[in-house]
Ligand binder design. Structure first.
Ligand SMILES: [Zn+2]
Length: 286
């Protein structure tokens, strides 16, 4: 809601500034035609400002027009969360789980419902190994401009499979590409879900394992949420970086925890969401 107030404030400010500039440049409006033209120009400036602000908010890691979004836990404890997006895939799930077991690390896996439907046993294995499953939609679309029924289907159908995999407690949600505007935040807010984004995303900027480790260690802070995609063939560098990253984080004194544990450190309320039903099929992980 604070974001909506900021947008309104921006619109009023833009209108006032545009009006003041027009008065200074063109003087007082004389006649009905001039006044109509001036109102039109001020309206256009307002509209452009609001549209741009909405565009930025729809892509922001730590802002939504309503409801809870978290990019980093507000804590001074040396805790961070590793999060793995877009799986599960049969090629790499076991090797990722083996590594995490060897290193005694628990992580959070934001899975795509369509992939989970194809490989439900992978979801069960992840939960049985003590990790947390999060909801990353059914087919990984950009969740802006979709009708509400599709928003509900993307979120609720994936929740249903996550429950079937054995996940207890709250199901956290992560919007693909962190894109969201009104309907998705409204649905998340209405159903008591938190949208968990991230504040460290080394793969966006780096391609080698060395650079992924370096980038992460330069930016990580207490409460950080680290985004990685180790599930796919093209992510060799991420898989190579992962054990080194775990060692480097521990050497700096960081404890690696799941997202629910991380958020509990800042006192964010975690409420279980209701179990949902439904079905859907279409997979496009990215
Ligand atoms: Zn994704």
């Amino acid at each position: 809601m604070v974001e909506l107030l900021l947008v309104l404030l921006l619109a009023v400010t833009a209108a006032a500034v545009a009006l003041a500039i027009l008065r200074r440049v063109a003087g007082p409006a004389r006649g009905r035609g001039a006044r109509v033209l001036r109102v039109g120009l001020v309206g256009a400036v307002c509209l452009a400002s609001v549209s741009y602000a909405c565009f930025l908010i729809s892509r922001a890691r730590g802002m939504m027009v309503m409801g809870d979004i978290v990019a980093r836990a507000q804590t001074t404890d040396s805790v961070v969360a590793l999060t793995f997006d877009d799986g599960p895939t049969p090629e790499y799930t076991d090797s990722i789980l083996d590594l995490l077991r060897r290193e005694r690390v628990r992580a959070t896996f934001f899975v795509v419902g369509g992939s989970l439907a194809q490989h439900p046993e992978l979801g069960r294995r992840i939960v049985e190994a003590g990790h947390v499953l999060g909801n990353h939609t059914w087919s990984h679309p950009r969740m802006v401009g979709l009708p509400l029924a599709e928003v509900r289907r993307q979120v609720d159908d994936t929740d249903r499979l996550i429950r079937l995999a054995g996940q207890r407690g709250p199901i956290y949600f992560r919007a693909p590409y962190s894109h969201k505007f009104v309907l998705l935040p409204w649905h998340l807010h209405r159903t008591g879900r938190t949208n968990v984004s991230w504040d460290v995303e080394p793969e966006t900027y780096e391609t080698s394992a060395d650079a992924i480790v370096r980038h992460t260690m330069e930016r990580v802070r207490p409460g950080s949420i680290i985004l990685l995609h180790p599930w796919f063939h093209s992510r060799d560098a991420t898989r190579q970086a992962l054990p080194r990253l775990i060692h480097a984080l521990r050497a700096e004194g960081y404890e690696l925890v799941t997202v629910p544990e991380l958020l509990s450190r800042e006192g964010v309320r975690s409420e279980p969401v209701s179990e949902n039903t439904g079905s859907h099929a279409d997979v496009r992980p990215a």
